[in-house]
Ligand binder design. Structure first.
Ligand code: PLP
Length: 415
């Protein structure tokens, strides 16, 4: 039945009680039972992000230029600090957005319009060449702008294949994409090879570092084996990097960067053919939470490079332990060789989805991959708290499945 609009208002406490009661039906993410959507860099990082968010709870980032210079300043600071981290040259620029999807849609739009104007083909339809592992945000962008997406198979190591890209592209290609890392397998695509292709064929290379942008640089500082993926690679034209994932900033917050301000001229939207005069935005959204901007600024100030390295060390230490203990369970193996904090595991001897069903019955929300069938998690300190319980339940689930191998699973993969 459709919920009726209430006739009378309720007391604050009654409304809050109702909210808390509704929450009881949610998955127990606080105790690590949700494999994505939530991120944790420690209670202190959460606290500073929340406090900053609520300090700017009522302001509107849309009004940064005219009413809230503090918000505009924080936004510019975040972009400067991000470019410092990601080796942006002096000519580079960037913008804050409300999420990875918005960053990607903006970058695709900018690249498409850049191609239309630089090739003097104002009606060019354009296509994107991406690996099959690229995020669906590229297809969403393509649907909005009527572009074609060409998904190419990955190599045996599950990373994008530059040769397959070259075979798929043509004169109408407006962008090629590498992920750092891709969501399904957590591996960083060979950005240096894609860069060579981009430079040789004069193509726009976008690096989707939505997951890795704010953890890969720190993992690299900790001497982990992280392939180059940022503006230090010469053919990279643009990048998306999510603050609200492994930047451990409050949602919604992401960044999109361009190597050169000349590439970004088509990024902004400006309009004045209406009674209210000039309307200018750098996002798809109009009104945007200033809290997301303040939260990101505050977390950067609070952690600094040293704090981020400490948190990255904690996360990666947990990931190492997770991989070690999963691999130690007979019949399980890690899919590929993930570079960062996304890990999938599968089995060559029994149905891994049957294991997932057993985990679901034990209160875990299983992340799933369909190719290959695998159990998938995007790990931060949220899941670290639950490691012992998780490993115990996986061990038990595997034993149950081994004992009844004929049992069929009917669970399906979804994001
Ligand atoms: C999460 C993600 C995105 C999209 O980000 P949202 O903030 O969910 O819009 C893009 N690319 C990759 C690799 C991601 O993991």
């Amino acid at each position: 039945m459709r919920k009726l609009f209430p006739q009378h208002g309720q007391a604050h406490s009654g409304v809050m009680d109702a909210l808390r009661k509704m929450k009881l039906g949610d998955s127990d993410w606080q105790n690590g039972r949700v494999p994505l959507y939530v991120f944790d860099g420690g209670q202190d990082v959460f606290d500073i992000g929340r406090d900053a968010y609520f300090e700017f709870f009522k302001e509107n980032a849309l009004g940064g230029r005219r009413a809230f210079p503090s918000v505009l300043q924080m936004e510019m600071d975040v972009i400067d600090m991000g470019l410092d981290l990601l080796k942006g040259p002096d000519s580079a620029c960037g913008f804050m957005t409300t999420g990875g999807t918005e960053s990607i849609i903006m970058a695709v739009q900018t690249a498409r319009n850049h191609a239309r104007s630089s090739r003097d083909e104002p009606r060019l339809r354009g296509n994107l060449v991406v690996a099959e592992t690229a995020h669906p945000a590229f297809d969403k962008a393509a649907r909005l702008m009527d572009l074609e997406v060409r998904r190419t198979p990955v190599r045996d190591d599950l990373r994008a294949d530059a040769a397959a890209f070259e075979a798929a592209l043509d004169a109408d290609t407006i962008m090629i994409v590498g992920s750092a890392p891709c969501f399904p397998y957590g591996v960083i695509d060979p950005i240096a090879e894609l860069s060579k292709l981009a430079l040789r064929r004069k193509l726009w290379l976008h690096v989707d570092a939505c997951v890795g942008g704010y953890i890969a640089p720190f993992a690299a500082m900790l001497q982990r084996d992280i392939p180059a993926f940022d503006f230090g690679v010469p053919g990279v034209s643009s990048m998306s990097a999510d603050l609200h994932k492994f930047g451990f900033c409050p949602k919604p917050a992401s960044t999109v960067y361009y190597r050169d301000a000349d590439l970004a001229v088509h990024h902004g939207f400006e309009f004045d053919a209406w009674p209210s005069g000039t309307f200018m935005t750098n996002t798809i959204c109009g009104t945007r939470p200033a809290g997301g901007v303040a939260g990101a600024w505050a977390v950067f100030q609070y952690l600094g490079l040293e704090g981020y390295q400490r948190v990255a060390g904690e996360v990666m230490g947990f990931v190492d332990e997770y991989k070690r203990r999963i691999s130690a369970i007979d019949g399980l193996r890690i899919v590929g060789d993930p570079h960062l904090s996304i890990v999938a595991y599968t089995s060559d001897t029994f149905d891994i989805f049957a294991v997932a069903e057993e985990l679901k019955a034990r209160g875990w929300v299983p992340g799933l991959l369909q190719k290959p069938r695998a159990i998938h998690q995007m790990l931060s300190l949220v899941q670290a708290r639950a490691l012992n319980d998780y490993i115990a339940d996986v061990t038990e689930a595997v034993a149950v499945v081994r004992a009844s191998p004929a049992k069929k699973s009917d669970i399906t993969a979804s994001y």
